[in-house]
Design a protein around this ligand. Structure first.
Ligand SMILES: CC(C)(COP(=O)(O)OP(=O)(O)OC[C@H]1O[C@@H](n2cnc3c(N)ncnc32)[C@H](O)[C@@H]1OP(=O)(O)O)[C@@H](O)C(=O)NCCC(=O)NCCS
Length: 250
């Protein structure tokens, strides 16, 4: 079982099919799954894990098992998945927490770990979370993760909010977190200027990321500026794009 991210209370590690029973306590719970078409039966949970195992092989990331360090219990999932949103591949942060542990900040802690991992290890210009408007707890987690609503979309035939945080927002949040700062046009421009639209992962696609290790292969979720390709250039590009967007909008 490969550990990927370590936070103060959690380890995020890759799922294996041995996790079916523990994950079923989360994904088979009707209240937890009320924003999904249905709660998952055992086969659904197995498919969920298998899909993520395939994602690890293809991208080097996926939804990971969230394990409490204090007890070793699997208490949910959190991670990164590629979602094709209106024709553009984006990286989404997703999360589910076991219901008896809601409200303790665990999803936020895991999501922040994934956000830091995403910006340290992937080339994605922004990270998103796609959330039903009525899912207030999930929206709150996204906000605490530094995200703001970027747009509304129809997703699986239902209205959803796209929460987003652009790369390097941690240092620039006050200036860049505002509507229009990361429109689809700026994302497309960013991608075509990079010329590597398909290669979201820094390093070889499919190769698991490597990095500073404290617990197995887990990374600590502290900022690692060296892992960013050129943070300053990216920030300058975002500012330029944002100014241009503002000019167009006026
Ligand atoms: C969304 C979810 C993962 C949050 O897990 P969690 O571990 O309880 O999250 P946190 O404790 O980090 O934060 C939850 C926040 O939502 C708030 N919240 C919970 N229910 C709320 C409600 N009905 N209205 C407004 N805020 C709410 C909490 O108060 C907390 O915010 P605060 O810290 O400002 O008080 C959990 O509710 C869940 O598993 N939901 C079902 C699965 C799901 O919807 N996943 C997201 C799919 S987009």
């Amino acid at each position: 079982m490969k550990a990927i991210i370590e936070t103060s209370r959690l380890i995020l590690r890759e799922f294996t099919l041995d996790d079916v029973n523990s994950l079923a306590r989360v994904l088979s719970d009707a209240e937890t799954m009320r924003f999904y078409p249905a709660r998952f039966d055992r086969g659904g949970v197995e498919d969920w894990i298998s899909r993520n195992i395939r994602r690890y092989a293809k991208y080097g990331f996926g939804l990971w098992a969230a394990v409490l360090k204090s007890s070793g219990e699997l208490i949910g999932d959190c991670g990164l998945t590629v979602q094709n949103l209106e024709g553009i591949d984006e990286v989404e942060i997703g999360y589910h927490t076991r219901r008896d542990l809601w409200g303790q900040g665990l999803a936020t802690e895991a999501a922040r770990g994934c956000r830091d991992f995403g910006f340290q290890r992937l080339t994605a210009p922004r990270l998103i979370s796609i959330i039903r408007p009525e899912n207030l707890a999930s929206r709150r987690v996204a906000e605490k993760n530094g995200m703001r609503v970027a747009k509304e979309v129809l997703w699986a035939n239902l209205p959803h909010l796209v929460y987003a945080i652009p790369r390097n927002a941690a240092g620039l949040a006050g200036r860049l977190h505002r509507p229009g700062a990361w429109t689809e046009e700026t994302i497309k421009a960013e991608r075509s200027s990079r010329g590597d639209r398909e290669n979201l992962l820094l390093g070889s696609p499919g190769k698991p990321p490597t990095g500073n290790s404290r617990s197995g292969n887990a990374i600590e979720t502290k900022p690692n500026p060296q892992a960013d390709r050129d943070p300053l250039a990216t920030s300058i590009r975002y500012m330029a794009n944002w100014r241009q967007t503002r000019r167009v909008a006026r």
